[in-house]
Design a protein around this ligand. Structure first.
Ligand code: AMO
Length: 452
């Protein structure tokens, strides 16, 4: 029966069978040392010809990333040879039998080098191979915890998970950033957001959430935009005000951060980073207050602009961090006309809406807010925003039958992953990133080959 590497420490003196990949091999005169890697960590294995000549002879063939099965005896390491950096650092395996399960071709580069410092295109071109690196694997362990924690928290608050479609007859968020698909003889779109669907489902179930792929035809190449994103969406009815949405979003994000802190201590250590700091009550500023603060403190005048640009976002986050210690800040109240038709205008000041963003360390993590729930008001916006009501009849129908005050929010899973681990580029936070220039392979290369 297979023993996992992390279990070997409980099997001192016993004979075990382990499976894994050759992470590194070192020949020391008459002995061959191998670091074996499985999904639980690393184990040092020693091949000694005096213990098994046959195993030793086979070990001379081993190269990086061979998949193997090794039988051997778990020996306790003397105090001075304990390696606290690996999960099985108190033991070592003395091999008695080696079976090669799968050979590996010579590696394009040493993926497990301590100083591995790959250029992003190389990292992504060789994704299938670079995923063998433990530090790269850590990114996706953290991401899995982020997504699990979102689900856990939503469920703890009585939200029901639903499945949203990825093909829609109309765009929810407006703008040109949408992929058109040929749908038999018709035109359809990949969903930019499950927005309209989460509102419909909410109108029956009250509290709903989804974990969904969404698609944005982002025409620019930046360090924080992708064309395919995992969107963590929530929607809730019977709210008193947009602040209920803010508070739910705040608790959700704090839960995610706390879970990452608890469950990913080793991964965070590999990146040598600390989690974003939160405080009891995350600061909330209106857009105009934020612009005024940037003017006062950073001495840059963005007052009157319709949104915060990336520099404004960095500045306001830095100012709030300095003033309060919080890495998170909510900004609410955007110009009504600049946001999608469904966002609720502030009744006291209808030029501005009750839409909301959450920023962390200079990057937007979340958007949300209160929605229009009154049918007449919604229809007026549909007209004003020049939407075709026939394309959203299903959405509009919901609002003819009693939709309570409601709102919701969406977090970008890759943005959180990137920011938590302080990765310089969002593409590192995606297994198979899609952008203008890449679908697995670089499109420019592909098209020149196609044309060639
Ligand atoms: P928004 O368009 O702001 O809001 O998207 C929500 C969150 O998704 C992430 N995000 C992206 N991440 C990477 N690349 C992109 N191109 C990209 N676009 C968005 C961000 C962003 O905060 N329907 C509303 C949400 C709502 O009101 O509930 C919406 O889609 O983290």
């Amino acid at each position: 029966m297979r023993t996992l590497i992390k279990q070997t420490v409980e099997k001192i003196g016993e004979s075990v069978v382990v499976n894994g990949w050759i992470h590194a091999r070192r020949d020391h005169g008459k002995l061959i040392f191998v670091d074996l890697r499985d999904r639980t960590g690393l184990l040092q294995v020693v091949f000694n010809p005096q213990v098994s000549q046959e195993a030793y002879d086979s070990a001379t063939q081993l190269r990086g990333e061979y998949a193997v099965e090794i039988e051997g005896k778990v020996n306790e390491r003397p105090e001075r040879l304990i390696n606290p950096k690996i999960v099985s650092g108190t033991v070592e395996l003395e091999a008695t039998k080696l079976t090669i399960l799968a050979k590996a071709e010579p590696l394009p580069f040493d993926i497990n080098a301590e100083t591995l410092n790959l250029e992003l295109p190389t990292l992504l071109d060789h994704r299938a191979f670079t995923l063998r690196n433990l530090k790269i694997q850590a990114i996706f362990k953290v991401q899995a915890v982020i997504i699990d924690s979102f689900r856990e928290f939503m469920k703890s608050q009585d939200f029901m998970e639903f499945q949203a479609p990825s093909i829609a007859p109309a765009t929810a968020e407006g703008g040109a950033e949408v992929f058109e698909v040929k749908y038999f003889d018709h035109k359809a779109y990949l969903t930019q957001s499950p927005q309209l669907y989460k509102q419909i489902v909410m109108s029956a179930f009250e509290r709903v959430f989804s974990v969904n792929k969404v698609f944005r035809a982002e025409p620019s190449v930046t360090t924080r935009h992708l064309t395919e994103i995992v969107s963590l969406d929530a929607e809730m009815g019977f709210i008193k005000s947009w602040e209920d949405i803010r508070d739910m979003a705040e608790q959700t994000v704090k839960y995610i951060l706390q879970q990452v802190g608890e469950k990913c201590a080793d991964e965070l250590k590999m990146y040598n980073i600390s989690l974003p700091q939160t405080i009891e009550k995350t600061p909330t500023l209106s857009l105009r207050e934020a612009q005024e603060k940037i003017f006062q403190v950073a001495k840059r005048d963005c007052r009157g602009e319709k949104d915060l640009n990336p520099e404004d976002e960095r500045d306001i986050c830095a100012i709030i961090k300095e003033e309060t210690g919080s890495d998170l800040v909510f900004i609410y109240g955007y110009p009504t006309k600049k946001k999608p038709f469904y966002v609720y205008p502030n009744p006291q000041d209808p030029e501005y809406n009750e839409g909301l963003d959450l920023l962390c360390r200079g990057v937007e993590w979340m958007s949300g807010g209160r929605r229009i729930n009154d049918y007449q008001q919604l229809m007026a916006h549909v007209e004003e925003w020049k939407m075709d009501p026939k394309k959203i009849t299903m959405f509009l129908e919901a609002f003819r039958y009693g939709v309570p005050p409601e709102g919701g929010f969406a977090l970008g899973a890759e943005r959180l992953t990137m920011q938590i681990l302080e990765l310089p580029n969002i593409r590192e936070a995606v297994l198979f990133p899609r952008d203008m220039e890449r679908i697995d392979e670089r499109l420019s290369q592909q098209s020149s080959e196609d044309n060639g």
